[in-house]
Design a protein around this ligand. Structure first.
Ligand code: 5CA
Ligand code: ZN
Length: 415
C-alpha cells in the first residue's frame, strides 16, 4: 500500500440556505443526482495512474475533480473512504520499459514517486487506500476463482495461451454505463486495445480476466496458471475489497467510460449481485495541440515540469479549477499566467486585517460546489468578494480568516 502526505482541512462554520447534499452528473443516469450518503461515510473509488510517464495536467485535472468531491463530502460532515489503484503492471508500462531498457518495476516505482510528489504539491488529500495491482495479485486471483463459480468464466481454446475470459455481454444491463449499442462497443473496444476479434472468444466483448505469461513478461504463479490479471478485474477486486459492495461513486476521466468502467460494472454485478457503485462520475479530458493529452502520444504538459520552472502549485491548481470538471478543454500556457494573477489578487486582500463580511460568499461557494462541482462559479464568488474588499473600506475582522479557511477547505487552495 502506498500513500502520500496527509493534508489538513480546516472546518468552516455551516452556511444558511445551501443545498444539504452534493449532486453530481451520473454518467449512467445521464442526469445530475445526489451522490453520497446523508450521514456516515461516503465511499469513492477513482482509477489511478498507469505509471510509465510523469503526471500530466490531464491526470492532475481528474484527481483534482475527485479531491473537490472528497472536500465537499468532508464539508458536509461525512467521513470519506477514498480508494485508488495504481496499475503498476500493464502492457503500456512493459512496452515503455522494453523501449527504454529500464526494469519495468523500477520505471513504475520512479513514476509513482513523482506522481505522489505532484499530488502533495497540489494539496490533493491522499486516498485512504492507495493500492498497487502487483501487491493485489493474490486478491485478484481469489476474485477470479469466485467468479469462476458462475457460468460466466471460461478458458479460451488456445493451447499456448489458454487465457481466462469473462462473458461480459451476458450480464444484465451491460451497456448501461456508456449507453453504446453492441456494434459501437465492439468498434470502440477494438480501437482501444481490446481484442474483439480474437479467435476462440465466445463473444467479441468478453473481457480478459487472466492472461498466461508471454515470453519475457513478468508472471505470477496461481491456480489459474502462471500469468497476470487483466485490467478491469484489478479495479473490481481492489475497489470491492477496500470499499465493500455497492459503494457511492466510481470515478475517472471520461476516456474510461468504455470499455473500462462498463466492463468493471458488469464484473462487479456478477460478483456481488449488486451494482458496483451508485453513481459513475467522469471528468472531461484536457487536450494539448488539438488532441487529448496522453502519454502514448507524448503531447504532454507535466505538473513536474511547470513546478521545476517555478510555477506556484496553488496557481497550477487554480488554473485547472477554472474549468468545469465535465468540460473538455485545451491547455494554453496563458492559463497559468491568469491563475498567477488571480492568486496575487486574492493574496493581496487576504493579507489585510479587515475585509467585507464573508458569510454570503462562503454560502455561494458551497452552493456552487454542491451543484455539480461548479468550481468556476466558486472562483467567481471569491473574485467578487476580493474586488468588493479592495474597493471599499471594510471593518470585518473575522472575514479574512473565514475566507482563508473556506478557500482552503472547499477548493484546496492555500493562500
Ligand atoms: N490505470 C488506468 C486506470 S485503472 C489509467 O487509465 N491510467 S492513466 O494513467 O492512463 O490515467 C489515469 C487517470 O487520468 C484516469 O482516471 C484517466 O481517465 C485520467 N486521464 C488520462 N488522460 C487524461 C486527460 N488527457 N485529461 C483528463 N484526464 C485524463
Ligand atoms: Zn481502473
Amino acid at each position: 500500500m502506498y500513500s502520500w502526505a496527509p493534508v489538513s482541512v480546516p472546518a468552516v462554520p455551516p452556511s444558511e440556505d445551501v443545498p444539504g447534499r452534493l449532486s453530481l452528473f451520473d454518467t449512467s443516469l445521464r442526469a445530475v443526482t445526489p451522490v453520497g450518503p446523508e450521514s456516515g461515510e461516503a465511499r469513492m473509488y477513482v482509477c489511478g495512474i498507469t505509471p510509465y510517464d510523469a503526471t500530466h495536467l490531464g491526470h492532475a485535472n481528474t484527481y483534482l475533480t475527485f479531491d473537490l468531491v472528497q472536500r465537499a463530502w468532508l464539508d458536509l460532515g461525512l467521513g470519506v473512504n477514498y480508494s485508488q489503484n495504481v496499475t503498476d503492471v500493464d502492457d503500456p508500462l512493459l512496452e515503455r520499459a522494453a523501449q527504454t531498457g529500464q526494469d519495468w518495476d523500477e520505471l513504475a516505482s520512479d513514476q509513482i514517486e513523482l506522481f505522489r510528489t505532484d499530488m502533495e504539491a497540489l494539496r490533493v488529500i491522499p486516498p485512504r487506500h492507495y493500492v498497487g495491482a502487483v501487491e493485489s495479485i493474490g486478491l485478484v486471483v481469489r476474485y477470479i476463482e469466485r467468479l469462476a463459480e458462475t457460468d460466466l468464466v471460461y478458458q479460451i481454446d488456445d493451447p499456448e495461451h489458454p487465457d481466462w475470459y469473462f462473458r461480459t455481454a451476458q450480464v444484465p444491463g451491460f451497456g448501461a454505463v456508456s449507453g453504446l449499442d453492441e456494434q459501437r462497443m465492439i468498434d470502440v473496444f477494438r480501437d482501444n486495445g481490446g481484442d474483439p476479434d480474437r479467435p476462440g472468444k465466445r463473444h467479441p466483448l468478453d473481457s480478459l480476466l487472466w492472461q498466461f505469461a508471454r515470453r519475457g513478461e513478468p508472471a505470477w504463479e496461481s491456480s489459474l496458471g502462471a500469468g497476470r490479471p487483466g485490467w478491469h478485474v484489478e479495479c473490481v477486486a481492489i475497489s470491492l475489497q477496500h470499499l465493500g459492495p455497492h459503494f457511492d461513486l466510481q470515478g475517472g476521466g471520461r476516456d474510461l467510460i468504455f470499455p473500462h468502467h462498463e466492463m468493471c460494472a458488469a464484473q462487479a454485478l456478477a460478483f456481488t449481485g449488486e451494482p458496483m457503485a451508485d453513481a459513475c462520475v467522469h471528468s472531461g479530458l484536457v487536450a494539448l495541440d488539438g488532441e487529448k493529452m496522453s502519454k502514448s502520444k507524448g503531447n504532454l504538459e507535466l505538473v513536474s515540469r511547470l513546478r521545476k520552472a517555478g510555477a506556484d502549485p496553488m496557481a497550477i491548481r487554480l488554473a485547472l479549477l477554472a474549468h468545469h470538471y465535465r468540460s473538455d478543454w485545451e491547455w494554453r500556457p496563458e492559463m497559468l499566467d491568469e491563475a498567477v494573477a488571480r492568486l496575487e489578487r486574492w493574496r493581496s486582500v487576504l493579507n489585510d486585517a479587515t475585509a467585507v463580511p464573508a458569510a454570503e460568499t462562503i454560502a455561494a461557494m458551497r452552493t456552487a460546489i454542491r451543484n455539480d462541482l461548479d468550481a468556476p462559479a466558486a472562483l467567481a464568488a471569491v473574485d467578487a468578494w476580493v474586488a468588493a474588499s479592495s474597493a471599499m473600506t471594510s471593518d470585518d475582522v473575522d472575514a479574512v480568516g473565514e475566507m482563508v479557511a473556506a478557500i482552503d477547505a472547499l477548493l484546496g487552495v492555500r493562500l
